[in-house]
Design a protein. Structure first.
Length: 68
């Protein structure tokens, strides 16, 4: 997958969003049931999801032109 979120198409953003949400769900489950290797990972995933939502909203508002 590409490095920057701004370079992704709308379909790729949607896929990245669903993957990140699934990974966040798994990390939260792991944090409750056992010890987590990287506790900051949950925070990073939440920020990543928020960035995706922001870019998608910019597309809707016409602030940014979608790639695909």
């Amino acid at each position: 997958m590409k490095g920057k979120l701004e370079e992704l198409t709308n379909d790729e953003l949607n896929k990245s969003l669903t993957d990140s949400k699934e990974e966040l769900r798994k990390e939260r489950f792991r944090s409750v049931t056992s010890k987590v290797d990287n506790p900051k990972r949950i925070s990073e995933l939440k920020k990543h999801i928020a960035r995706i939502h922001t870019i998608k909203q910019e597309y809707v508002l016409g602030i940014r032109n979608p790639r695909g």
